[in-house]
Design a protein around this ligand. Structure first.
Ligand code: NDP
Ligand code: MG
Length: 395
């Protein structure tokens, strides 16, 4: 029986992973959360893992008390999450959000676990290190991100050497068709209103800025060993064709399905087998599928990510760190929607590369990028007069 560890089990992907595990009869051996101990407790009581971990150390203490009538071991802090990541289990679902997922995923690779990767920030920030470590340890990394799962499935059709290009689709998010002017004063609520997918807050904002697609270009470069110029991003409003590949003879092979993450999660866990359906697709009900080029003048984070991966080195980690901090400030109501892309681009130009970078350099870059973003924010705040601060809702 497959034994699963789920990092980030209280999140959108984590919860759906547990549904998939239950449906397929997998044994769940480890679960982790950032701080949501109420949900983690009920998951632990239902799935009876051997161990759980909470990144927030105070919350971990509380959970330990709550679970004292059970045999479940409770770990705490990032090290505790890593303990769960290397515990018993053959496959690990990496579904923490942000660079917080990097360290435990690296630990799991070193421990020889098969990785079902949802946490794209792991590949974005440290793709080369992750790939090298996976190779050294004979570890398979299977994509959970729906587009990358679609590419992975489409690539099965022929020899990888015959691949000409990847077509990476994007829904376009809630602000498709808008101009920079239209986006000047959009609210957090509007940005969180994704048309097709229900996801965690950070990735939902990334979808609204098209940063998510930029991160996915970088993720695809590392997962499939292609160059950024071999990836074409297309806006596909219906989120039915999850991505495609074109082979040397011009044949385009795609994977289509309803927008439901349980399908790519399950495929990563059952590959190369296929098991349950989560609702088939009626193409006649959908009727029309549309494809358009993205508006990179309005959604500038997409080209920023492509520049970052072309520059290579620590630049993708810098842009990712900048974005994590910008999105945090935006969700807190401290900066405007368009500031996110502006700050991400500024970090790319303000940061210096590090030669022969290590994992430590990645974490240092992430920290520096966040500090730069905080600096831009504070500087902007200082220059605003009191009435403007009230208008912008910053006080
Ligand atoms: P959520 O915000 O819904 O969940 C994030 C999970 O990570 C939660 O379990 C959260 O715990 C945990 N977490 C947060 N911070 C930390 C931390 N510092 N240390 C340890 N754990 C932490 O995110 P999603 O499920 O939406 O996304 C997870 C990953 O999957 C992201 O990388 C995203 O890009 C990717 N992804 C998501 C898709 C989706 O449909 N949601 C689609 C494709 C990819 P707590 O609940 O306690 O806060
Ligand atoms: Mg995706």
């Amino acid at each position: 029986m497959k034994e699963l560890i789920i990092l980030g089990s209280t999140g959108s992907i984590g919860i759906q992973s547990l549904e998939v595990a239950e449906k397929n009869g997998f044994r769940v051996t480890g679960l982790t959360a950032g701080s949501n101990i109420n949900l983690l407790e009920s998951q632990a009581r239902k799935f009876k893992p051997l161990s759980v971990a909470v990144a927030d150390t105070n919350k971990a203490k509380e959970l330990k008390i709550k679970l004292k009538d059970t045999d479940i071991k409770v770990y705490s802090g990032t090290d505790g999450v890593c303990e769960v990541a290397v515990g018993r289990g053959d496959t690990l679902i990496s579904a923490i959000v942000g660079i917080a997922g990097l360290k435990p995923t690296l630990c799991a690779i070193k421990a020889g676990k098969t990785i079902a990767l949802a946490n794209k920030e792991t590949m974005v920030t440290a793709g080369e290190i992750v790939n090298n470590l996976a190779k050294e340890n004979g570890v398979k990394i299977l994509p959970v991100d729906s587009e990358h799962s679609a590419i992975f499935q489409s690539l099965e059709a022929s020899d990888r050497k015959l691949l000409k290009k990847i077509i990476l689709t994007a829904s376009g998010g809630p602000f498709f068709g808008k101009t920079q002017k239209d986006l000047e004063n959009v609210t957090v609520k509007q940005a969180l209103n994704h048309p097709n997918w229900s996801m965690g807050a950070k990735i939902t904002i990334d979808s609204a800025t098209l940063m998510n697609k930029g991160l996915e270009v970088i993720e695809a470069v590392h997962l499939f060993g292609v160059k950024p110029d071999d990836i074409e991003v297309l806006i596909h409003r219906q989120s039915i064709l999850h991505s495609a590949v074109e082979f040397c003879d011009g044949a385009v092979i795609a994977q289509l399905g309803t927008p439901d993450m349980k399908l790519p999660i399950q495929y990563a866990l059952t590959y190369p087998e296929r098991t349950f359906s989560y609702g088939g697709l009626s193409l006649s009900d959908i009727g029309t599928l549309t494809f358009q080029k993205p508006d990179t003048d309005t959604f500038k984070s997409l080209p920023t990510c492509i520049d970052a991966i072309k520059k290579g080195g620590i630049y993708p980690a810098a842009v990712n760190g900048a974005n994590e901090q910008s999105v945090k400030l935006f969700l807190e109501g401290k900066i405007k929607f368009l500031d996110i892309a502006e700050f991400n681009a500024r970090v790319l130009s303000d940061i210096k590369n590090v030669k022969n970078f290590t994992v430590e350099d990645i974490f240092n870059t992430d920290k520096l990028a966040r500090e730069l973003v905080n600096g831009y924010y504070l500087k902007g705040k200082r220059y605003l007069s009191l009435p403007l601060l009230i208008v912008y809702g910053r006080i």
